[in-house]
Design a protein around this ligand. Structure first.
Ligand code: 6R9
Length: 658
C-alpha cells in the first residue's frame, strides 16, 4: 500500500479542567506516565495490584498473566476463584452505604414506567431469577439467550446467569427472528428469556412473535421465559413457554441463591458482534480478566466514583452495555440509569430532560447519537439543566472533530472532559482513550493508550509505520479483558486476530500516531478509497463534509469507475432547514476541494434522509459500497441494521441519479 497522508490537519487543543482534578483517580500526565511505564515493565505486578484492589476473590490465583499469541492462548489470574454476581451485588450488601442505594434506575418511554432497584433489591431479584433457572435444570456452562428490550430484568437475568455459572448471550430485541434463530443455534442455548414487547415512539413493538418464530426451529431450547412488559394477558404459542409472573408465585424461589465458585477462566458470556463488517461472530469473555478489566477502565477512564450515575443509552446487545452499564458500574457500587425509549419521543429534548431529572453525571454517547442532535435538535440541550454532568464519553466510530466540539460546547458547556474511547467487543474494555484529567485533548484523536496496553502500527509488510503514517493498528501483548475465543471455532479466532502479524493482536482498524504520540483511528481497512493514485480515508473525508454548515451526516465509499478505477461516492444527510439542490452539490464539492485539494473531487453526491446503521450507531458502509456500485440485491447480512427501511430508499435515490 502506498503511504496515506492524513487529510485532517486539525490543530485545536482543549485542556483538561482544573475543577474535579483533585478528586480524580489519575490526576496528571506525570502520574499517567509513571503508571504506564510500570504497567509495561511489570505486567504481573500491575495487574495483581489492580485485580486485588477492584475485585473480591474467593481464592487468589497461581499465575497472573500468560499468553501465547501464536497459539491464540490467553489466560489471566489462572486458578483464581470468584463470581461476577457476588462482585456486583453481595459484597455491597456488607457496606451500609451501598446496600440501600440505587443500583439501577429504569425509565420506560412513559414517565410512569419508572422503577428503582437498590442493591439489596437487585440482589434479591437476581437470587430469584437464578433459582428459577436452576429449577429448569440450568447448570454451569449452559447457554441462556436473553432477547429483551432495555429493562431491569435484562440485568437481573445476566447476573442470575453469572451467579450460577451459566453463560449469557444477550441478543438485541430489535433483531429479526431469523437473526435470533441463528444465534440460538450457534450458541446451542437451552433457555431463552424474552418479553412480550416494548414501546417505541408511542408504538407497540412485539417481541414474543419473533421469539416464538425463532425457537420453532430451535430444538436445543428446552424452555423459554416471558416477562410481562405490557401488563396484559399473554398467550403462549409453544408448550415450552413459561410466564415469569406465574413462576414467581412460587415463594421457594425467593430464597437466597449461593454463588457458584467460578474459575477466572470460566466463560462469563458470549456476544455476537455488531456485524458491520460481515457475518456475526460469537465472541466470548471469561470471568476474572474481563471483570478486572471492566472495573479498571471504568474507574480510570470515567473516573467513576460510587456517587456517580452513569448512562449509556441504547442497545442491550452491545458490548458497551455489558461492560459499562452492567458489570463495571455495579462492581464498583455506582448507580446505573437505563432508558427504554427513543431519543426524540415525545419531543427532541427527551434525553436532556432525563439527564436533568435523574442528575446523570457520566454520559456515554456515540458520534451517531450526537450527530442526530446536531441535525435537528441543536438548541434542545440548552433548555435543560445539565450541570450534574462531569464526564462525557464517545464510542463506536471515529468522531468528526466538528461533532466532538459541538458535544464539548453544547452538552459539556466547555467545562468538562470528553473521553473518546477506542475499543472493540473483542477487547472487553477501552484500550486507547484519554484519562479525563491528565492530558490536553485534540478533537478526533483517541489520544494515548491506557496502562498495560502497547499499541503498534504496522505497514503491510510488517515494518513499523512512521509518525503520521497510517497503517494496521495492532496490540503487543495481552491484557486481562481480551476475548478468549470465538464460540465453537478456535481456529478462526487464531486466523482472524493472530495470524496477520504473528505475535500481535490484529485489530482490523487503521490508525496513525502523530508527533505527540496521540492516536487517530481512521476506520476499518476497507474504508479506504483509491482516487487517481491517492489513497483516501473515508472517515476523514466524512469529517470534512460534516464540517460544512449544511451537512448533518456523511458516508463516503468508493465506486468502481471504468477509466479512473475508483471514484468518490458520498451519501449526504442534510441538517434540517437545508434542501437538496444542484447548487448545494456544487457548493459541497467546492468545500471538499478547498479543504483537501483540487484532485479530490467527489464524483457522485446523493442526498439521503438517513444512513443505514447498526444498533450501535455504526454506518454500514459495506451496504453503501454495493449500492454505489449498482448492486441492489445480495447486500449481505442486514439483520443488525437498526433502520432496514432506509436501504430501499437509498437504492431508489441511486436509480434516480443514474
Ligand atoms: C466498543 C465497540 C468495534 C469497532 C472498532 C472501531 C470502531 C469503536 C471507536 C471506534 C474510532 C472510537 N470504534 N470505538 N472508532 N473511535 N472511539 O464499538 O465495539 O461494536 O465491536 O466495534 O468500532 O472500528 O474496531 P464493536
Amino acid at each position: 500500500m502506498t503511504k496515506i497522508e492524513s487529510l485532517l490537519k486539525d490543530e485545536r487543543i482543549f485542556y483538561p479542567p482544573q475543577e474535579g482534578k483533585d478528586l480524580a483517580y489519575i490526576k496528571s500526565r506525570y502520574q499517567y506516565d509513571k503508571i504506564y511505564d510500570y504497567s509495561l515493565k511489570d505486567p504481573d505486578g500491575f495487574w495483581t495490584e489492580r485485580a486485588k484492589e477492584l475485585i473480591t476473590w474467593f481464592r487468589y490465583w497461581d499465575r497472573t498473566c500468560y499468553w501465547d499469541f501464536n497459539k491464540a492462548e490467553i489466560r489471566f489470574f489462572e486458578g483464581g476463584k470468584l463470581n461476577a454476581s457476588y462482585n456486583c451485588l453481595d459484597r455491597h450488601l456488607l457496606n451500609p452505604h451501598v446496600k440501600n442505594k440505587a443500583a439501577i434506575i429504569w425509565q420506560g418511554e412513559h414517565d410512569r414506567d419508572l422503577r428503582v432497584y437498590t442493591y439489596q433489591m437487585l440482589h434479591d431479584e437476581v437470587c430469584r431469577f437464578a433459582n428459577i433457572l436452576k429449577s429448569l435444570g440450568v447448570k454451569k456452562g449452559d447457554r441462556v439467550v436473553i432477547y429483551m428490550p432495555t429493562m431491569p430484568e435484562v440485568i437481573a437475568a445476566m447476573l442470575a446467569c453469572a451467579r450460577i455459572g451459566a453463560i449469557h448471550v444477550v441478543v438485541y430485541g430489535g433483531l429479526s427472528a431469523e437473526a435470533l434463530k441463528s444465534r440460538i443455534l450457534d450458541a446451542g442455548a437451552k433457555i431463552l428469556i424474552t418479553a412480550d414487547g416494548t414501546y417505541s415512539g408511542g408504538r407497540r413493538i412485539n417481541l414474543l412473535n419473533n421469539a416464538e418464530t425463532a425457537i420453532a426451529q430451535c430444538e436445543c431450547i428446552e424452555k423459554y421465559i416471558v416477562i410481562n412488559r405490557f401488563g396484559e394477558e399473554i398467550t403462549l404459542s409453544d408448550k415450552r413457554g413459561l410466564l415469569f409472573d406465574e413462576l414467581i408465585k412460587n415463594k421457594e424461589f425467593e430464597k437466597y441463591c449461593p454463588c457458584e465458585e467460578m474459575d477466572a477462566e470460566d466463560i462469563l458470556f458470549i456476544l455476537y458482534t455488531s456485524g458491520s463488517t460481515g457475518k456475526p461472530k460469537g465472541i466470548y469473555h471469561t470471568t476474572g480478566g474481563y471483570l478486572v478489566y471492566a472495573a479498571h477502565t471504568t474507574q480510570w477512564v470515567f473516573d467513576l466514583r460510587p456517587e456517580d450515575i452513569i448512562w449509556r443509552p441504547g442497545a442491550v446487545g452491545w458490548i458497551t452495555f455489558h461492560t459499562y452499564v452492567v458489570y463495571s458500574p455495579l462492581a464498583l457500587g455506582a448507580t446505573v440509569f437505563i432508558y427504554d425509549g427513543l431519543p426524540d419521543y415525545p419531543n427532541p429534548g427527551r434525553w436532556w430532560e432525563l439527564v436533568d431529572r435523574f442528575k446523570v453525571t457520566i454520559l456515554y454517547l456515540t458520534p451517531t447519537n450526537i450527530r442526530a442532535f446536531m441535525k435537528e435538535r441543536e438548541d434542545w440541550p440548552a433548555k435543560y439543566d445539565l450541570s450534574t454532568l462531569r464526564i462525557l464519553g464517545t464510542v463506536g466510530e471515529p468522531i468528526n472533530p466538528e461533532v466532538w466540539i459541538w458535544y464539548h460546547k453544547n452538552v459539556g458547556k466547555g467545562r468538562i472532559p470528553v473521553v473518546d474511547t477506542w475499543w472493540q467487543t473483542e477487547t472487553g474494555g477501552h484500550l486507547i482513550s484519554p484519562l479525563p484529567y491528565t492530558i490536553p485533548q485534540k478533537p478526533g484523536s483517541v489520544t494515548l493508550p491506557l496502562p498495560g496496553i502497547e499499541p503498534v502500527i504496522f505497514r503491510d509488510d510488517g515494518t513499523s509505520a512512521d509518525i503520521n503514517e497510517s497503517g494496521h493498528l495492532c496490540i503487543k501483548g495481552a491484557w486481562p479483558g481480551i476475548a478468549r475465543g470465538l464460540w465453537g471455532d478456535s481456529e478462526k479466532f487464531k486466523e482472524i486476530y493472530f495470524s496477520r502479524f504473528p505475535g500481535y493482536y490484529f485489530t482490523g482498524d487503521q490508525a496513525r500516531v502523530d508527533e505527540d504520540g496521540y492516536f487517530w483511528i481512521m476506520g476499518r481497512l476497507d474504508d479506504v478509497i483509491s482516487v487517481s493514485g491517492y489513497l483516501i480515508r473515508t472517515s476523514e473525508l466524512e469529517s470534512v463534509f460534516v464540517a460544512h454548515s449544511a451537512v448533518a451526516e456523511a458516508a463516503v465509499v468508493g465506486m468502481p469507475h471504468e477509466i479512473k478505477g475508483e471514484v468518490i461516492y458520498a451519501y449526504i444527510v442534510l441538517k434540517d432547514g437545508f434542501q437538496p439542490s444542484e447548487e448545494l452539490k456544487k457548493n459541497l464539492i467546492q468545500h471538499i476541494t478547498k479543504e483537501i485539494g483540487p484532485l479530490v473531487i467527489p464524483e457522485v453526491i446523493q442526498f439521503v434522509n438517513d444512513l443505514p446503521k447498526t444498533r450501535s450507531g455504526k454506518i454500514m458502509r459495506r451496504i453503501l459500497r454495493k449500492v454505489a456500485a449498482g448492486v441492489y440485491d445480495d447486500l449481505g447480512d442486514k439483520s443488525t441494521l437498526a433502520n432496514p427501511d432506509v436501504v430501499e430508499k437509498i437504492i431508489q435515490g441511486r436509480k434516480e441519479i443514474f
